[in-house]
Design a protein around this ligand. Structure first.
Ligand SMILES: [Mn+2]
Length: 227
């Protein structure tokens, strides 16, 4: 089974509880649409766990992108790599000491979108043409994919046969319940991914204590709540 989530934001324990709830195993697959770091106390611990999974597709969110911009700026001004790693550790005040170069390299290798026959994933948004069609993601600027909040607008119906998975804006910020919010096509049943035109994945974990995931095969949703 394939499970999609977004914006776990350093909530290591909640993430583990969610994976336990769905009985996530080596034969399953995880897709995380970005923002694994910042806000929660276990940014690097969670990132290293996600990077260690052989069966995960991980995207960059704006929080990983901001970290990389900080890293690239440091590298332009020095060749003292030990000093750079120390500064990078300081970027994450709670558990930055866990950071190592392998993890930095993995952040740098994160893609900004993921696409299959029936769905595509971005952190925040994507460029659209005048008729709401998504322009080719391979040509999009990373900044647009991680910052643009166009998909969050409930009125926006992308003109595509694919379902768009996205996060970045907590659903509670739109006055919605603190859970994943799928958008069903008119007249569709809702048990197949092609019945949806978009799925808003950001449960606002750091605000709400709720983390959720969406199962691709049967469109079931699972949530856990912080104690
Ligand atoms: Mn974000």
């Amino acid at each position: 089974m394939t499970y999609l989530l977004s914006d776990p934001h350093g909530e290591y324990d909640l993430f583990c509880r969610l994976m336990d709830k769905v009985k996530f195993s080596g034969s399953d697959r995880l897709i995380c649409c970005g923002d694994m770091v910042d806000k929660g106390k276990h940014s690097i611990r969670l990132a290293k766990l996600l990077f260690s999974l052989g069966n995960a597709v991980l995207l960059s969110g704006n929080h990983e992108y901001e970290f990389l911009k900080f890293y690239w700026a440091l590298m332009r001004n020095t060749d003292d790599y030990d000093a750079v790693l120390t500064r990078l550790m300081g970027y994450f005040p709670d558990d930055g000491a866990l950071l190592d170069w392998d993890t930095v390299d993995r952040f740098e290798a994160l893609p900004y979108y993921y696409e299959e026959e029936h769905f595509l994933c971005v952190h925040a948004g994507a460029p659209l043409d005048g008729e709401g069609r998504i322009l080719p993601l391979k040509d999009a600027e990373p900044g647009q994919l991680v910052y643009d909040r166009n998909f969050k607008d409930p009125e926006l119906v992308p003109n595509t046969k694919k379902c768009v998975f996205f996060g970045h804006t907590p659903t509670v910020n739109l006055g919605l319940a603190p859970c994943i919010h799928p958008y069903l096509r008119t007249g569709a049943r809702g048990d197949h991914i092609s019945d949806y035109y978009k799925v808003h994945l950001d449960t606002g974990t750091y605000l709400t204590g709720v983390l959720g995931c969406f199962r691709l095969e049967d469109c079931e949703m699972f949530h856990v709540v912080a104690e």
